[in-house]
Design a protein around this ligand. Sequence first.
Ligand code: NDP
Length: 283
Amino acid sequence: MTDRYAVFGHPIAHSKSPLIHAAFARQTGQDMTYEAILAPKDGFADSVAQFIAAGGRGANVTVPFKEQAFALASRLSPRAEQAGAVNTLTFDAGSIRGDNTDGAGLVADLTRNLHCLPGGRRILLLGAGGAARGVIEPLLDLRPAEFVIANRTVSRAQELAEQFGRGVVACGFDALHTPFDIVINATAASLAGELPPLSPRVFATDALAYDMMYGRDTPFLGFARAHGAATADGLGMLVEQAAEAFYLWRGVRPDTAPVIAALRQDRLEGESPAASPPRGPRT
Ligand code: NDP
């Protein structure tokens, strides 16, 4: 019987995940379907239960349900526990396993696709929300020389610095005056077309500026480019976190490069550029 997977979110119509997983399944010859499910904002757990009862084998979870998925899981991977959020569920013999593949997705995009190696480099992470939390531990594991978290609400950055330890420093945007080699925007500012109040001095010579938002040029990327940084959006992270989820479910690693290339050119099967939904930031 064909195995069923899905992504749960609210809203969900814009999600690229069904296209990405369909491409992975074709590429690797897996017999599976992957659909987008709009769960009611107050009915996430019920929607998941219905999907499991209908034979669902696993699911991705996106805004606003990642914390609810964390609470729903009967078992958590260490990286999900660290992140405090779950974006991948696996349903197996009555148990619900929760994992978080966002950090692995970012690290794969940085290191494999962008050839940017964080070891020994100075990293600045902007933001202290769910996306930021999920990538801290995997980035620290690459042993950067310096790791600073800056956030609009400084206390949230401080909480993360205390939680993760390992020399992580927290501050507000106005305290940033020194250069960094990798500047990652994990704030939701780009969603609103806004730029966090940054000094241009944060970009070292040859810095990489990475915006987790994808699908359109952002004020952050424009600002970084204007001050000499190389730039990348979060599309690669989106596909890489999906590949990690696919591997958890199917035990096979898809080749992400052709899927990223096809998405960039709006030519993944099932998508007509004219009918494309507005590009959104979510998985
Ligand atoms: P959250 O709502 O959990 O966190 C939002 C963060 O952004 C907080 O730190 C908040 O600061 C900060 N923020 C919001 N607005 C502004 C602003 N105008 N100026 C400065 N800081 C601001 O969001 P997520 O962490 O879930 O998502 C963050 C981004 O990452 C989104 O753009 C999302 O689309 C993207 N993302 C991309 C993924 C991918 O695969 N490419 C995966 C997951 C997320 P404060 O604490 O002060 O409120």
